[in-house]
Ligand binder design. Structure first.
Ligand SMILES: *[C@@H]1O[C@H](CO)[C@@H](O)[C@H](O)[C@H]1NC(C)=O
Length: 112
C-alpha cells in the first residue's frame, strides 16, 4: 500500500528587502494606514512601536486583522516585526527598527 503524504506549506510571511508583508490584503478592507516617521539618532538604531487596535464598534464585532503591510520607505536596513497580536487578532503591535544612524519611515497598512 502506498501512502501519499501531502505537505502543504502556506507561506504567509514574505520578507523582501526590509519590507514586511503578512497575511493577505486581497478582498480585504484597509482599516488603517499610517505614515510612520521618526528622526534618526546619531550612530544609533532607533526602535519605535506602533500599536493599532480595531475600534470596538458593532460593525467590527468578530472581525480580525487579516493583512499587515509595512513598507520601508528609507530602503535601508530597517526592519519591522509584529511582536503582539497580528493576523487573527483585533490588535497588533509593530516594532520598527531603523538602520544605524538612519531615520524610521514606514508606510503601514492594516487590512481586516
Ligand atoms: C525582526 O526580526 C528579525 C529576525 O528575528 C531581527 O533580525 C530584526 O532585528 C527584528 N526587527 C525588529 C524591529 O525587532
Amino acid at each position: 500500500m502506498k501512502l501519499a503524504i501531502f505537505l502543504v506549506l502556506a507561506v504567509v510571511v514574505i520578507v523582501e528587502c526590509s519590507h514586511t508583508f503578512m497575511g493577505t490584503s486581497v478582498q480585504r478592507a484597509m482599516v488603517y494606514h499610517h505614515d510612520v516617521q521618526y528622526s534618526s539618532k546619531l550612530f544609533r538604531k532607533r526602535v519605535e512601536n506602533l500599536y493599532y487596535s480595531m475600534p470596538a464598534v458593532p460593525s467590527n464585532f468578530g472581525r480580525v486583522i487579516q493583512g499587515i503591510l509595512a513598507f520601508d520607505l528609507t530602503f535601508s536596513g530597517a526592519s519591522a516585526n509584529v511582536t503582539q497580536g497580528g493576523i487573527g487578532y483585533n490588535f497588533v503591535n509593530l516594532r520598527m527598527k531603523s538602520d544605524r544612524g538612519a531615520k524610521i519611515h514606514f508606510d503601514v497598512y492594516i487590512f481586516a
